[in-house]
Design a protein around this ligand. Sequence first.
Ligand SMILES: [Zn+2]
Length: 154
Amino acid sequence: MPGTFTCRHCGATVSRNPRLKKSQKYCSAPSCQQARKNAWGRKEYRTNKTHRKKRLESQKACYAKRPGHAYQATYRESHPEYDRRNCELQRKRNKSRSKDGGSMIVNTDALSLQATIDGAYALIPVTKGEKIVNTDALVVQLRAMTGAQGFSPL
Ligand SMILES: [Zn+2]
């Protein structure tokens, strides 16, 4: 029918709004209007450089005002039950881990001062500026001493 159209979002066939000059693609339902606005926003972000720049600046300002870790802290303050339960569960996990003789250290990059694994290790020369990818690698510097610099025990 000429006076009706099919909504792009909900698929319902509804009568046209006579006040709109352009062809109508979304009905007046709040969810369909939100879908229309979202589609417009996505299109503007893709095609309009100024719009995209302003939106990114706005996001950046928002994140600077309230960074992610601040959100977590605020959430914990406003949800004490969550915080208490999480503490309780972590205590249980720590307890079961200590029973197994496991380490309480969570950071896997932490360097233990005590040798934990006996064995033979390979030393490879590292040139200046070269990056070591293996995070478990222990980097030591050996310096050859000769002549007057020779070895003298303490
Ligand atoms: Zn609709």
